[in-house]
Design a protein around this ligand. Structure first.
Ligand code: HEC
Length: 154
C-alpha cells in the first residue's frame, strides 16, 4: 500500500498528464493576414501590436504555458473569442468600433488585467494609453464620420 501523500501525488500527476491529451488548445494557428485597417499612423499600429495583438490579430505569440493544459485552454479561448470580435489581420467588416475600443482602453478594461500580469510589455503608460485610444478612434471609425474621410481632404 502507498502512503496517502504519495498516493495523492501520483493521482495528481496522472491527472496533469491525462488532461494534456485533450486536443483543444493545441492548434495555435496564426492564419495569413488578409487585410489590415487603414491605421492613422505607425504609432497606433505599434501600440496595438504590443497591448492587443496577441488576442486581436493573427500575429499571436504563443507562450510556453499556452502549450500546457489547463492554461492552454484559457489562452486558446481568449484568442478565438478576441479574434472573433476584432481582428486587425482580417479587417473586412465595416463595423465602427473606434469609440468602443477607445473607451475600453481608457477605462483600462482592455487589455484584460490577467493578461497584463503575464505580459509586462503590454502595460501602457498613461500617455501611451491616451495615444492608443485616440489612434483607435481615428483608425476604426466612430460611426459619425465616414470611414475614409481623411482621404477626402485636398
Ligand atoms: C488576453 C486577450 C485580449 C487582449 C490582450 C485584448 N483583448 Fe480585447 N477582447 C478580448 C476578448 C476575449 C473579447 C471578447 C469580449 C469580452 O470578453 O469582453 C474582447 C473584446 C474587445 C472589444 C469588443 C469588440 C466588440 O465586438 O464589441 C474591443 C473593442 C477590444 N477587445 C479591444 C481591445 C484593445 C484595444 C486591446 C488592447 C489595448 C485589447 N482588446 C486587448 C481579449 C483580449
Amino acid at each position: 500500500m502507498m502512503r496517502r501523500p504519495a498516493y495523492v501525488l501520483s493521482a495528481l500527476a496522472l491527472l496533469v498528464f491525462a488532461i494534456q491529451l485533450v486536443p483543444y488548445g493545441r492548434r495555435h494557428a496564426n492564419p495569413d493576414v488578409t487585410r489590415e485597417p487603414d491605421w492613422d499612423g505607425p504609432r497606433t499600429r505599434e501600440l496595438f501590436a504590443r497591448a492587443c495583438g496577441d488576442c486581436h490579430s493573427n500575429g499571436t505569440s504563443w507562450p510556453w504555458y499556452s502549450f500546457v493544459a489547463p492554461a492552454s485552454w484559457l489562452v486558446q479561448r481568449d484568442v478565438e473569442v478576441g479574434r472573433s470580435h476584432l481582428n486587425v489581420s482580417e479587417w473586412d467588416h465595416e463595423e465602427k468600433l473606434g469609440e468602443e475600443a477607445a473607451d475600453l482602453v481608457r477605462a483600462r478594461e482592455m487589455p484584460p488585467w490577467f493578461y497584463l500580469r503575464l505580459h509586462a510589455r503590454a502595460r501602457l503608460s498613461p500617455e501611451e494609453r491616451e495615444a492608443l485610444a485616440t489612434g483607435l478612434a481615428a483608425t476604426f471609425g466612430t460611426g459619425t464620420a465616414p470611414h475614409h474621410h481623411e482621404h477626402d481632404a485636398p
